[in-house]
Design a protein around this ligand. Structure first.
Ligand code: ZN
Ligand code: ZN
Length: 342
């Protein structure tokens, strides 16, 4: 399923992918979640400096079944149901060698222009290191949700403090905001203040244990949260890529607080009030996808510590992928996560 222009997508027949390296695995795709980043490529043709060359298949939040394995593969065997980690680092550069494979200089990431074709295809080939077998009781939906969940788990890890007793804001409560909220609650957060413009999303957040939810279209978020928390928040997770949310984050944080930037903005520059961020000595933490958090995310799901089922709000067959992208692009019908089923 290829992007062929701005808001254009076509199904094309291509050659079956083949196993090249001994450590490769041939996978039949079963499920793919539509990610905000896929939709950025669909609607804008680029994210920052990463520009799509058409035709190009996106998609990276996948789960599938192993069909065939290279001769050296030991992690999985034919017939295994797996969650697929989309990042393929080189293992040899300075970043890989210092424990930062997610910023690998030669990274190949599924559905990232110039790196690797996406997984919106019936079959793909991946290195075995990207394949995580899932137990029978874990659904393909849940397995596909490991990818966004891993980003939330990583964002919390980068926040770096024990969560019990902390007061946090999560601004933007799409799948990524929820992927911060669910593990935060699993790790003991009681006071999570969550915002979004879509009321259905706020309902999912409050059903999942958010302490307070608010819609910036209906109320002044900064005034409402400051009233409840006069000493303000320890951390704010920006999960929507909006300047307005960043401005709220700066207001909502207590001195010494931390802004964790998880959202992907469509604009090129954030702006900050130099005076306030200096006086409050705010810390800015950027999050680049995730590092070493994919396996923990799969485990949180399979052990039942986290229930991600509420996130799936819509389903489409593979041939209706474009409808799923349009739905997500327009934020229609209270969409949280749209799943493509093969
Ligand atoms: Zn994603
Ligand atoms: Zn590398």
């Amino acid at each position: 399923m290829m992007l062929t222009g701005i808001r254009q997508m076509e199904m094309k027949t291509v050659a079956d992918p083949v196993i090249v390296n001994d450590t490769d695995v041939l996978i039949r795709m079963e499920r793919i979640g539509v990610c905000g980043s896929d939709v950025h490529y669909y609607t804008a043709g680029r994210i920052g400096s990463q520009v799509v060359k058409y035709p190009f298949p996106v998609g990276h939040e996948g789960a599938g079944t192993v069909i065939k394995t290279g001769t050296a593969v030991t992690r999985v065997q034919s017939g295994d149901r797996i969650a697929i980690e989309p990042a393929m680092p080189c293992g040899e550069c300075d970043q890989c060698l210092t424990g930062r494979p997610h910023t690998c200089r030669n990274l190949r990431f599924l559905g990232c222009p110039g790196q690797a074709d996406g997984s919106l295809a019936e079959y793909i080939v991946m290195p075995e290191n990207c394949c995580y077998p899932i137990p029978d009781h874990v659904s393909f939906d849940q397995a596909a949700l490991s990818e966004p969940l891993s980003i939330g788990v990583y964002a919390l890890k980068l926040y770096g403090k024990p969560l019990t007793g902390e007061k946090i804001g999560i601004l933007g409560c799409g799948p990524i905001g929820m992927s911060v909220l669910l593990p935060a609650i699993a790790e003991g957060i009681e006071y999570a203040y969550v915002t979004d413009r879509i009321d259905q999303r706020l309902r999912i957040a409050s059903d999942s244990g958010a302490f307070w939810t608010g819609n910036p279209d209906n109320e002044d978020i900064v005034a409402a949260i400051s009233k409840k928390e006069p000493l303000l928040l320890d951390a704010v997770f920006e999960c929507c890529g909006q300047q307005e949310a960043m401005d709220q984050a700066v207001q909502l944080l207590k001195p010494g607080g931390k802004i964790v930037i998880v959202g992907i903005p469509e604009f090129d520059r954030w702006s900050f009030p130099a005076d306030i961020i200096r006086r409050k000595e705010l810390c800015l933490q950027n999050v680049r996808r995730q590092n070493e958090c994919y396996k923990p995310a799969v485990e949180m799901i399979s052990t039942g510590r986290i229930n991600v089922d509420r996130l799936v709000t819509h389903r489409f067959s593979f041939d209706r992928t474009k409808e799923a992208f349009d739905l997500v692009a327009e934020y229609k019908d209270g969409v949280m996560k749209a799943m493509i089923e093969f």
